[in-house]
Design a protein around this ligand. Structure first.
Ligand SMILES: *[C@@H]1O[C@H](CO)[C@@H](O)[C@H](O)[C@H]1NC(C)=O
Ligand SMILES: *[C@@H]1O[C@H](CO)[C@@H](O)[C@H](O)[C@H]1NC(C)=O
Ligand SMILES: *[C@@H]1O[C@H](CO)[C@@H](O)[C@H](O)[C@H]1NC(C)=O
Length: 253
């Protein structure tokens, strides 16, 4: 009987040892998993973002910027060939009052197209998901700096201007290849173009353009990021819309 008890004891102890080892492993994985290679700066075309929002429910309406312009989605710390890291630090809660000095600019240039949601929810989401990982970069080391840097990058790398320099303008259709080449010619670095597809018509709309920065915030090629260079249809033209696609209100007029 004692023999069995000793055996059981050894068995339980080794089980404890293994579980403990796994826990330690998980911890070190978690630490490492906050590391990243590049920062993706994502600009969105609000008319396409609005299209997607409206498609997801008939009840949805959009808030759009006053001017026709590209707006910010976020700055995303990213490891090559994958998404994330994300939600790196829950001890850095979003504080709306920090953004008071930037609010007017954010409402225009980092706009939440989803009308009716809590006024801070989009920014809170970007902060929790990406900002808490970006704090490892000095220029992005707190909430204020994260959002201010986004506004700064939009000023310098505004896709309206970049695309216009390559003669790419809203209201036209393009092969995505030509848009990618246009961006590369103007910026001297390769970016990424993401499309939204209209399931009913099969038509693709330019939705986001992403450019990449290294950890000292120098523009670099996006070559090694997930889904580089595009998820758009490469064999037919994609639309860079000048109004919200299939806007029901417009259609009714
Ligand atoms: C999370 O943020 C807190 C507050 O700044 C800091 O003390 C802590 O080290 C951070 N944790 C990680 C995993 O970076
Ligand atoms: C936004 O939603 C509110 C109701 O939540 C509505 O009254 C308003 O007209 C909407 N704005 C736009 C631009 O559709
Ligand atoms: C970022 O890129 C610039 C220009 O290519 C380079 O000089 C710098 O060392 C890079 N920084 C890092 C952290 O890789």
């Amino acid at each position: 009987m004692a023999k069995y008890n000793i055996a059981l004891c050894i068995f339980l102890l080794s089980l404890l040892y293994i579980t403990h080892g796994q826990l330690e492993n998980e911890k070190s994985k978690k630490r490492k998993s906050n590391e990243f290679d590049v920062l993706i700066f994502t600009q969105r075309w609000p008319l396409t973002a609005c299209f997607l929002w409206k498609e997801s429910s008939e009840k949805h309406s959009c808030s759009l910027p006053k001017q026709e312009e590209w707006t910010i989605h976020g700055i995303w710390p990213t490891r090559y060939h994958t998404k994330g890291p994300q939600f790196c630090n829950t001890s850095l809660p979003f504080n709306p009052s920090v953004l008071t000095p930037l609010k007017n600019q954010l409402e225009e240039n980092w706009i939440d197209v989803q009308n009716g949601s809590d006024p801070y929810s989009f920014w809170k989401h970007e902060w929790n998901k990406h900002g808490t990982c970006a704090v490892a970069i000095k220029a992005l080391n707190n909430e204020y700096n994260y959002f201010q840097e986004g506004l700064k990058l939009l000023n310098i790398y505004n896709m309206m201007d970049v695309l216009a320099k390559a003669n790419i303008v809203p209201g036209q259709k393009y092969m995505v290849e030509n848009m990618l080449i246009g961006i590369e010619k103007v910026l001297n670095k390769r970016g990424q173009i993401m499309c939204a597809k209209d399931k009913k018509t099969g038509e693709s709309y330019v939705n986001e353009i992403r450019i990449c920065f290294n950890k000292t915030l120098q523009l670099v090629d996006c070559d090694d990021i997930y889904e580089f260079p595009t998820n758009c249809d490469r064999f037919k033209q994609i639309t860079y819309p000048s109004s919200v696609p299939h806007d029901r209100r417009v259609e009714q007029i």
